[in-house]
Design a binder for this molecule. Structure first.
Ligand code: XUL
Length: 549
């Protein structure tokens, strides 16, 4: 780390749930510096657990924007301490946990525009929010507002066709509606509403930053086909919303130059560009170098799948966002609550709490698990709406028990079969060029990766980079483009002339593949013969499970 000799660098920030991370890459996209601030341990005054404040029994989950600001003060100091030369940074971009909203009160923009470089950000921005605690993605207190929003546009299917998702409690539209309904005075005193991503970009820009199309697709307010706010959705949530949200922009849009505050306080270049910030999931799509036809599976506490979609399909089980790398295409995403937590439960029940034994059991059973299929739901998913364990034999008959080794394989196969079936429902087609990119904690388990390769009948790649969202943000800094709408008229620098180092997406992917050194797991020869019929059976049983009482 700490290649201070490098002439040009690009900086990405990830305002995620538990920490703020910064990653710098050089001109060939290699990581040259990193710094992290953990909210719980390094900013204990905000009393967060896992980066959030849970409000007893109300399903309300929040975090303070001031905590993120304080973390930014700290992370830049840390970058400097690593020896990283901030004057080499050509452009910055970033991402944030999706859906969370920040409420700037009247007059806040003037404060942002006139920051004093002799003082920390957090001491100057203490009093700029009309809502001091921002609702974040874990909040599920807006069921009533979700129903109102869906009703306003003729039901969940219509909302999903317009915005890419049916109404979800964590999505920003219903969150804003709740603030308007329950704290009207604060809403009226709000000058601007940002997502966490555009809030963070505003700090660097010294001006309100536009919401980008991809993160904006996580609000239930943006029409993903016209890329404009959808008036009926806005009206269903709160009055005068479009002026409080500002006009959305492409995720690769250069918003302008970094504010004088960062130039004078930290020595950033005056012409350092700020590229739109986006959501952590769209940024991960970029950081894992996803291309059309590929799929990323993130195997974490919960599992998430992303696919690049050329067309938007309407789905009630998942989300369609505008693609961060191509505004006229899309990304599909499905989040599952039953990921590693469920695998861990079965490891504890069947494999003496040992991953080693879990892998041995997995390897001791044949592909296809003698025709047995299992569904394990510790937490309620969107589809199928079930809790509990469901086991089926090769005749699709429900049975009570599996042996330990069959149970372990049924759990892992079941999870990848659902990825395959649900990705197909999103409009994703597997081809012989498909790459499956695995990230997250479980992506280091070879036995699990082999099951994934077999079920998809495709190579599975893992990358040594762990934080794909932050890396994706750094890549976006390099990829940032000079779109027509570039603002920052207060500086008379010719932005187009500065973007000489702009690269195309395919050039970027080829740069990235040089550095990723992916390890691949290849499918067995008989994988398709075994799993093709099993995918059909999984789909049939899943549909039956969903309809049964
Ligand atoms: C996606 C979602 C989370 C957050 C936090 O819809 O709610 O993945 O983006 O990472």
């Amino acid at each position: 780390m700490g290649d201070t000799q490098c002439r040009k660098s690009y900086l990405g920030f990830d305002f995620s749930t538990q920490q703020l991370k910064a990653v710098a890459v050089n001109d060939t996209l290699e990581v040259i510096s990193e710094a992290t601030v953990h909210f719980d341990s390094e900013l204990p005054e905000f009393r967060t657990v896992g980066g959030v404040n849970r409000h007893e029994k109300s399903h309300v989950v929040t975090a303070c924007p001031l905590m993120w600001i304080k973390a930014l003060d700290l992370v830049i100091e840390k970058l400097k301490i690593t020896g990283f030369d901030l004057s080499t940074v050509q452009a910055i971009s970033g991402c944030g946990q999706q859906h969370g909203s920040v409420y700037w009160k009247k007059g806040a923009n003037e404060v942002l525009k006139n920051l004093d470089p002799n003082k920390f950000l957090h001491t100057q921005l203490q009093d700029v929010f009309s809502i001091r605690e921002s609702p974040v993605w874990m909040d599920s207190s807006t069921t009533k507002q979700c129903k109102q929003l869906e009703d306003a546009v003729g039901g969940p299917e219509n909302l999903a066709t317009i915005t890419g998702s049916r109404a979800y409690e964590r999505f920003t539209g219903s969150q804003i509606a709740k603030i308007f309904q329950t704290r009207q005075e604060n809403y009226m005193n709000t000058e601007r509403i940002s997502l966490i991503s555009s809030f963070a970009a505003s700090l660097f820009l010294g001006d309100y930053a536009a919401i980008d199309f991809s993160d904006g697709s996580g609000m239930n307010l943006l029409d993903i086909n016209t890329r404009q706010w959808h008036q009926a959705c806005l009206d269903a949530c709160a009055p005068n919303l479009s002026e409080k949200l500002g006009e959305p922009v492409s995720s690769s849009h250069i918003l302008g130059f970094i504010s004088a505050y960062f130039v004078e306080r930290y020595g950033f270049r005056e012409d350092c560009r700020v590229v739109a910030f986006t959501g952590d999931n769209p940024a991960s799509l970029v950081g894992t170098c996803l291309n059309e036809g590929d799929m990323t599976i993130s195997l974490g506490t919960g599992d998430t799948l992303f696919v690049w979609l050329p067309h938007a399909t309407s789905t009630l089980n998942g989300h369609v966002f505008i693609n961060p790398l191509n505004d006229t295409q899309f990304m599909g995403m499905i989040c599952y609550k039953n990921g590693s937590r469920t695998r861990e439960r079965l490891r504890d029940q069947c494999a003496e709490s040992s991953w080693h034994l879990f892998s041995e059991l997995l390897n001791s059973t044949p592909r296809g698990n003698f025709g047995n299929i299992g569904f394990y739901f510790d937490f309620r998913e969107i589809y199928p709406l079930k809790i509990g364990d469901y086991r089926f034999n090769k005749f699709n008959q429900r049975i009570a028990r599996f042996s330990n080794e069959v149970e372990v394989r049924a759990c892992v196969e079941g999870q990848f079969l659902r990825f395959r079936v649900h990705a197909h429902n999103l409009g994703f087609e597997l081809s012989n060029k498909t790459r499956i990119i695995a990230t997250g904690g479980a992506s280091c388990n070879q036995a699990i990766l082999q099951v994934a390769a077999d079920i998809f009948n495709a190579n599975v790649y893992t990358s040594k980079q762990v934080n794909s969202a932050c890396l994706g943000a750094a890549f976006m800094a390099k990829y940032g483009k000079c779109h027509k709408k570039t603002s920052n008229s207060h500086k008379f620098l010719n932005l187009s002339a500065l973007v000489k180092d702009e690269i195309s997406f395919s050039e970027m992917v080829s740069e990235m593949s040089k550095i990723a050194e992916p390890l691949s797991t290849t499918p067995a020869k008989d994988a398709n013969v075994v799993y093709f019929p099993m995918v059909q059976r999984y789909k049939q049983i899943e549909d039956e499970l969903n309809t049964e009482n």
